[in-house]
Write a protein of this length. Structure first.
Length: 284
């Protein structure tokens, strides 16, 4: 299993890194589109669709993304779109987690399927727009989610169950603890202030997500990154809820040793649109 994980990770890095650091944003947007289309295929399978219908969802997702690209949306500021996406994720995520695993299966397929496609399309549009802004900006968002996850894992292993009375969401993801959440938040706060300081010290050509927020004050930066860390947990829990409802451990086996694409991007689905919301509203 470990060997599989390492090989898969190396292959992904060999594809993603050249696209990310290409001289133009288009290669990364194209690679992200392929991954999101795979996520749409997984979404169909998680919601009891057969292979033909799941492939159709993937094609529809490609069409939505390609249409947005063709219309020039990747280079446009869309504060209303991102505000709507952010509010929907906050309210919808809270509603889903409150209803729990049983509540998900009671939602009609005619609602579940298009909502999932919409979330995937918005995530692709957000990550593509972020790459058009600049590599430093995009990386600062991606690393926030990775740091939150890594710090949460180690804090949960070290302190899980020793401070808080109960688990975070035992019926959805029994392994997650409140201590892990707090550890993840501590990690992203440290990351944010160090990154903003490094931007200024090194004279970064493109401001990071943190620098763009810090110009409005350190308190806003603190609140924003704590909010982002919390929403990354929401994204993770929502996907766990859906998988538990479907009775599966992974969203697919597309990434040997890692599960599926949705397993790797679940925390990014809410945080990417929310990051775009925060920076676009901050400019207005």
């Amino acid at each position: 299993m470990l060997k599989q994980r390492i090989i898969t990770a190396l292959v992904l890095l060999a594809i993603l890194l050249p696209a990310l650091f290409a001289s133009t944003p288009e290669p990364f947007a194209a690679v992200a589109l392929v991954l999101i289309a795979a996520g749409a295929w997984e979404w169909g399978r998680l919601n009891t669709c057969g292979q033909p219908l799941s492939l159709l969802f993937a094609l529809i997702c490609v069409g939505l993304c390609a249409g947005s690209w063709r219309l020039g949306w990747l280079g446009q500021s869309m504060p209303m779109l991102w505000a709507g996406a952010g509010v929907t994720w906050v309210l919808g995520g809270a509603w889903l987690l409150r209803r729990g695993v049983a509540g998900w299966s009671s939602i009609p397929h005619g609602v579940r399927l298009p909502v999932g496609l919409l979330a995937l399309w918005l995530a692709w549009l957000a990550v593509a727009q972020a790459r058009f802004v600049g590599i430093n900006f995009l990386l600062s968002i991606l690393v926030l989610v990775w740091v939150a996850d890594i710090f949460a894992y180690f804090a949960g292993r070290a302190f899980g169950g020793r401070v808080a009375a109960g688990k975070l969401a035992p019926s959805i993801s029994p392994g997650k603890s409140w201590e892990g959440v707090w550890g993840g938040m501590a990690g992203v706060v440290t990351l944010a202030f160090l990154w903003a300081w490094a931007d200024r010290a090194l004279g970064a050509g493109v401001a990071s997500f943190y620098t763009r927020l810090s110009i409005h004050g350190g308190w806003l930066l603190l609140i924003a990154v704590l909010f982002m860390a919390a929403m990354s947990v929401v994204g993770d829990l929502v996907e766990s809820l859906i998988k538990r409802s479907a009775g599966v451990k992974d969203s697919s086996g597309l990434l040997p040793g890692h599960g599926g694409v949705l397993d790797r991007v679940d925390a990014l689905l809410p945080t990417l649109p929310l990051a775009m919301m925060l920076v676009t509203l901050g400019r207005s």
